[in-house]
Design a protein around this ligand. Structure first.
Ligand SMILES: Nc1ncnc2c1ncn2[C@@H]1O[C@H](COP(=O)(O)OP(=O)(O)OP(=O)(O)O)[C@@H](O)[C@H]1O
Ligand SMILES: [Mg+2]
Length: 370
């Protein structure tokens, strides 16, 4: 099963330029999370820090119980094998064809035979819609295909933690939905912990279990998706709506005079061309795994986790969560998708959340040993 990634008090600067400071949050094991934030707020720097490619000067990054900022080079090498990473630019080797690019981690990190390598490579190429393109060089394919090849390569080692930096950039809307579906299906199949960095609001609203946003050198918030999607925080609302109206400007931040001027224009009826209004706020139904997929264990664990923390969430998030639960006919957080005969939880493994009643929440939870 996926691995929890916990970040505490993390601060990163380049010279005198502080990128973000005191970032603290946990990516719950086997759940899908997404990180939003205006361009240049350090999302890619954050992903690179998680795998030890960049070194924050303060804080902890605890992966599978090891603080990778304190561990030895050998330990870091081992921890890195848990990761599959799709970098923002794809980071393919330009002189290798797609087949060799995707095969590279298998040849580097495993002793698999070439025929085993072939089976895995062809499976991942098919998953990412690249069958037939395996002989092409990165320079000979479209930007969206390069992105998908990067994703195929990120998946070949069946990673426990998958980091994807703007997987949708350069993809058309249909391919973006397919790609989002692949990420959810992969999560259902291998229970990997997934972190997606994206500017795609539709993807952010429908795919992840948890959502966070970086802005003004800080993590504005991170929590269950309902928390960010119902937030009253002006920067979050502005970002979700893609509006010019709000604190986020073309450069890092705008001044009060500019904000007032833009508000006055809007009130006078100027159409600023924002992609959306209030319909982009609120909590839409979450994307489900393709029918026939295994039950997503991360979703089951999340329901339990959210039920336990419900009281600590803002009222708007609590309301949205309760509405989702009752829409699914449960009202206690147990998902409707668990198959008949799902294994019983080990005795005493989870305390029932308050108010869960005796409606059998626990019977939906598999044992941690899977
Ligand atoms: N290796 C580096 N050396 C110095 N500065 C860097 C380095 N990498 C990134 N930066 C700076 O860190 C800041 C954050 O960059 P980053 O690429 O993480 O932004 P981002 O949030 O991913 O933006 P985008 O949404 O445009 O991809 C930028 O100001 C960038 O110039
Ligand atoms: Mg980036």
């Amino acid at each position: 099963m996926g691995v929890e990634v916990s970040v505490e008090g993390l601060t990163k600067s380049f010279g005198s330029q502080k990128i973000w400071e005191d970032v603290t949050f946990t990516l719950p094991d086997g759940e899908v999370s997404a990180l939003l934030g205006p361009s240049g707020t350090g999302k890619s720097v954050f992903l690179k820090s998680l795998i030890g490619l960049l070194r924050p000067e303060q804080g902890k990054i605890i992966i599978d119980g090891t603080d990778i900022l304190q561990c030895t080079a050998k330990e870091l090498y081992e921890i890195r094998k848990l990761f599959g990473v799709l970098f923002q630019d794809g980071a393919l080797f330009g002189s290798m064809d797609l087949y060799d690019n995707v095969a590279f981690p298998l040849r580097e990190h495993t002793r698999k035979s070439e025929s085993e390598v072939r089976d895995i490579v062809m499976e991942k190429l098919e998953l990412t819609g690249l069958t037939g393109a395996e002989g092409k060089l990165p320079g000979e394919i479209s930007g969206g295909m390069r992105k998908r090849a990067g994703l195929a390569r990120a998946l070949v080692l069946d990673p426990e933690i998958i980091l994807v930096d703007e997987p949708d950039s350069g993809l058309d809307p249909v391919r973006t939905t397919y790609l989002a579906q692949s990420l959810i299906d992969i999560n259902a199949q291998i229970d990997a912990t997934i972190l997606i960095v994206t500017h795609n609001i539709n993807l952010a609203r429908t795919v992840p279990d948890n959502l966070g946003m970086l802005y003004r050198k800080n993590l504005v918030m991170f929590g269950p998706r309902e928390m960010l999607l119902t937030s009253e925080e002006p920067s979050v609302r502005q970002f979700l709506r893609g509006s010019k109206l709000g604190p986020i400007g073309m450069s890092e931040e705008k001044d009060d005079a500019q904000m007032r001027a833009e508000m006055a224009e809007a009130e006078a009826g100027h159409n600023d061309g924002s992609p959306g209004g209030d319909e982009l706020l609120g909590v839409p139904p979450q994307m489900q795994p393709t029918p026939g997929s295994p039950v997503r264990q991360g979703e089951l664990r999340r329901e339990k986790r959210v039920a336990e923390m419900l009281d600590t969430l803002p009222a708007s998030a609590q309301k949205a969560i309760r509405e989702e639960w009752s829409a699914r006919g449960h009202g206690n957080g147990a998902v409707a998708t668990a198959p008949a005969g799902a294994h019983a939880a080990p005795a005493g493994a989870h305390a029932a959340p308050e108010g869960a009643g005796d409606s059998g929440l626990d019977e939906h939870y598999g044992s941690d040993e899977g």
